[in-house]
Design a protein around this ligand. Structure first.
Ligand code: GLN
Length: 456
């Protein structure tokens, strides 16, 4: 009740939710009943969780932030959601996002604009801006988002919360609406590293409904913090931290750079050995990402044709029905991505764009591998600036895309990355949070969470 009251009070300013569950109180009462009857409780019993609206829920609409799916109610829960419910969690509602995850501000939602709780005239980041704002405003305890090119990490940075992008394949994508399938991953938001690690543990693991989900064993990420004398054993002594030099130069706000440098010296105080490391292919990641993500999305979004999926606009013949349904249902950013992707994949341009972008992807993977052979983790800012004003980049998509420079490479390489607050820059009533990004080797989330927990 306390959370729901807070949600009701703050929602008129923040607008993080597209839908709030009508069952939350009843589900909480069921848990109270179990407590009274001394029945066994799941590890997440009663924990209120927000879920990004591109993740399917059987009891609430799931729109992906798109008008083409307005009122769509799936016949199933996404595997991640099912796992949470099986462990006793209460899904409190569906959070706002840029349409189908395409955007970095949440202004691209087909329904509403979400505000940053630190300064309501600013964007919460995106595309999982609703989930980040909801955790930041304490409207829920933790939340799920999705990260194709930074959509968990950048909003976590803008909203001053913890965000985790797991290794590609760590979490089942079954029930996540596909944007760019080779990059998409469901990620976690929390107000502490421990909470975020517990959430990751509860949704991870192989799923026969997603052939790309990994069979790797899932460690109990949070258990490592709980051991006695954990800090006294100086767990970070000798840990090699590589600060990515390409992320601390031109185009990055001075206040952001100095926050990252302060964070690096804090890591040194904790016993880490911090050095600078170069990722030569770093700047190529952004154009390659936008070619690949748009190409994959142009294919994935073909299912929304008004027949298989999506609201239908009636027409005399089938082709016009497709055209009218898509013209009416998709917003401008989605239409632009479909055009870009279709162009990049078309005969005659495929070699020049898609194939070259795939080659860059291999380069990016190799340069991360080399840097992570020399270092345990890599660090960088999560975004080149703190949260900016609503409307500031709305009519300048290239400026918005450029803001993804810190995050997209990690998706191209499929690696895990943790973002956590590390400082403030001036702005808004009380200053604006800056996020530190820690990148690890594949399936090494445990190390990131350990370092993050001690850092925090
Ligand atoms: N801003 C990036 C894009 O628009 C990333 C989005 C995401 O991770 N879903 O593609």
């Amino acid at each position: 009740e306390e959370f729901l009251n807070r949600l009701r009070q703050t929602e008129p300013q923040i607008r993080s939710f597209l839908h709030v569950s009508e069952n939350a109180i009843r589900e909480a009462e069921e848990i109270d009943g179990k407590i009274e009857r001394n029945e066994e409780l799941g590890p997440l019993a009663g924990v209120l969780i927000g879920v990004k609206d591109n993740i399917c829920t059987i009891d609430m609409p799931s729109t992906g932030g798109s008008r083409i799916l307005a009122n769509y109610q799936p016949a199933f829960d996404a595997t991640a959601v099912k796992k949470l419910r099986d462990q006793g969690a209460i899904i409190v509602g569906k959070t706002n996002l840029d349409e189908f995850g395409m955007g970095s501000t949440t202004e691209g939602s087909g329904f509403q604009v979400t505000s940053n709780p630190w300064d309501v005239s600013r964007v919460p980041g995106g595309s999982s801006g609703g989930s980040a704002a909801a955790v930041s405003a304490r409207q829920c305890v933790v939340a799920l988002g999705s990260d194709t090119g930074g959509s968990v990490r950048q909003p976590a940075s803008f909203c001053g919360v913890v965000g985790l992008k797991p290794t590609y394949g760590r979490v089942s994508r079954f029930g996540l609406m596909a944007y760019a399938s080779s990059l998409d991953v469901i990620g976690c938001f929390g107000s502490s590293v421990a909470d975020t690690g517990i959430l990751l543990h509860s949704i991870s693991g192989h799923d026969r409904l997603d052939a790309t989900s990994s069979e790797r064993e899932v460690p109990d990420f949070a258990a490592q913090f709980i051991s006695e004398n954990f800090l006294e054993s100086k767990p970070l002594k000798g840990l090699r931290v590589g600060m990515i030099s390409e992320t601390l130069g031109d185009g990055v706000d001075k206040g952001v750079i100095s926050s990252i440098r302060v964070a690096a010296s804090h890591l040194e105080e904790l016993g880490c050995i911090v050095t600078e490391v170069s990722l030569p292919s770093f700047s190529l990641g952004l154009p390659a990402y936008y070619i690949l993500a748009s190409s994959e999305s142009s294919s994935n979004l073909s299912r929304y044709d008004g027949v298989r999926y999506g609201n239908q606009v009636a027409a005399d013949e089938l082709i016009s029905l497709y055209g009218a349904s898509r013209a009416n249902g998709f917003g401008p950013e989605v239409k632009m991505r479909i055009l870009m992707g279709t162009y990049a994949l078309s005969a005659g341009y495929y070699d020049a764009y898609y194939k070259r972008a795939q080659q860059v992807r291999t380069l990016v993977q190799k340069s991360f591998k080399a840097a992570l052979d020399e270092n345990d983790i890599l660090i960088s800012p999560a975004a080149p600036s703190a949260a900016y004003k609503i409307g500031e980049k709305k009519n300048d998509p290239l400026a918005m895309y450029a803001g993804d420079i810190m995050t997209v490479n990690v998706n191209l390489a499929g690696l895990p990355a943790l973002v956590l607050p590390c400082g403030f820059v001036e702005g808004g009533p009380t200053g604006l949070p800056v996020g530190l990004q820690m990148i690890g080797a594949a399936f090494d989330e445990g190390k990131l969470l350990k370092v993050g927990h001690i850092f925090e």
